[in-house]
Write a protein that binds this ligand. Structure first.
Ligand code: NAD
Length: 363
């Protein structure tokens, strides 16, 4: 198995990301090693995929707890945090135990938060099964659950021990979910690596699970995220740092909120958000109209929407932007582009301009 390894440098908490076709075998080997050392292992997954698209059914794992939550964003609820912790306790998982999170970003965020809290922290491993989780949520140690007052409001920074990215899982991922993950892939090129953007732009065939470039593309995204996270683990940098990963996200959160959660997949809202960030950058003279068109072409080639499907009230979008938890001192911060490959955080954007930019996404 040809495996790419990307290291996330965080002194005592550094870890490796293994990317390969068949990397879930490496995850299984890591779980077996722990069991052989008499350290218990639990798997956390969700009902849409466990036993259908993914399975860790080796005889060695027969006695390991498998905690399978419901499918969808709703699974990131406090009730499931309690359920997972109680099932770990019932299975007598002690401090030497570990959780293997097998699933998309929902499972990874929930299981990671349980691992951060159970017995004040046990080891955990990420085995992402969606493109979004492979290039984004499984790396960097943000874990969280939702409460009625907001998404990801309760969580912890808690790094995994390792991440195993098996691109074979992508073979069963619905195309719409794959495209949503591609929005995050395009984001990396735009915010920090022009050559990487051009690699995506010049692909002969659209990226897919069996595309010869798939492992390389995921590894490049992970490298960039690893570098940003190593430099600014807790998003405290004043001049960009981890906040750059929010390219398109200030717009996206407003879109998801105003259109009603679930109407747009997160990656779809990010795609529209990236387009709006590009238009705003051009409007402020930071980027050429030609580059805006290139970005639009790449997003469309990846089946990522660049406009709203149905009209959304601009007043509602603006109001949602004001409530965004990433807004500082009441002003929304935007990641804009000083050309392709160069993201910058800009505060104090005039609301009149924000309105004008939102209008450009109307269908
Ligand atoms: N922690 C972070 O840094 C971070 C970053 C970005 C997003 N997130 C979080 O990630 C979550 C979204 O993650 P997601 O997009 O992976 O959603 P998800 O986990 O809900 O998965 C999307 C859908 O794909 C299905 N699926 C997963 N793997 C599959 C496979 N191999 N084959 C077929 N179907 C499969 C799932 O059942 C689900 O229906 C959100 O909760 C978001 O807040 C976290």
């Amino acid at each position: 198995m040809k495996t790419s390894i990307v290291r996330v440098e965080l002194s005592g908490r550094s870890y490796d990301i293994y990317i390969a076709s068949g990397a879930s075998e490496l995850a299984a080997a890591a779980a077996k090693d722990r069991l052989q050392a008499k350290n218990p292992v639990a798997f956390v997954s969700e009902e849409n995929i466990w036993g259908k698209f993914v399975s860790f059914d080796n005889p060695e794992f027969l006695s390991c707890p498998k905690i399978v939550v419901e499918n969808g964003e709703g699974a990131k609820r406090i009730g499931n945090f309690e359920r997972v912790c109680r099932e770990l306790a019932a299975a007598k998982i002690d401090r030497s135990g570990a959780i293997f999170a097998v699933g998309g970003g929902v499972v990874g965020d929930l299981a990671g938060f349980c691992a951060a809290s159970y017995m004040r922290g046990i080891d955990f491993y990420q085995v992402p099964t969606t493109l979004l989780a492979m290039v984004d949520s499984s790396v960097g140690g943000k874990t969280a659950v939702n409460i009625p007052e907001g998404k990801n409001l309760v969580g912890a920074f808690y790094q995994p021990k390792a991440v195993f990215i098996d691109v074979n899982f992508l073979k069963t991922l619905p195309p719409r979910e794959f495209a949503a993950g591609m929005a995050e892939v395009v984001k990396y090129g735009l915010l920090g690596d022009k050559n990487f953007f051009e690699l995506i732009e010049n692909l002969q065939n659209p990226l897919s699970a069996s595309h010869p470039e798939i492992c390389n593309v995921i590894a490049r995204c992970c490298k960039m995220k690893a570098k940003i996270v190593s430099a600014d683990e807790r998003e405290t940098s004043k001049d960009g740092g981890r906040a750059l990963l929010n390219l398109g996200h200030t717009f996206a959160h407003a879109i998801e909120n105003s259109a009603g959660y679930g109407n747009y997949l997160h990656g779809e809202a990010v795609g529209i958000g990236i387009m709006l960030a590009a238009r705003m950058s051009a409007r402020l003279g930071m980027m050429s109209e030609g580059d805006v068109l290139r970005i639009e072409r790449v997003l469309l080639a990846c089946d990522i929407p660049v406009r709203f499907r149905e009209p959304i009230s601009v007043d509602a979008l603006i109001e949602a932007g004001r409530r965004d938890k990433k807004a500082m001192s009441g002003k929304s911060r935007y990641v804009l582009l000083n050309g392709i490959g160069c993201g910058v955080v800009v505060a104090d954007i005039d609301e009149v301009l924000v309105r004008e930019i939102f209008e450009t996404a109307m269908c």
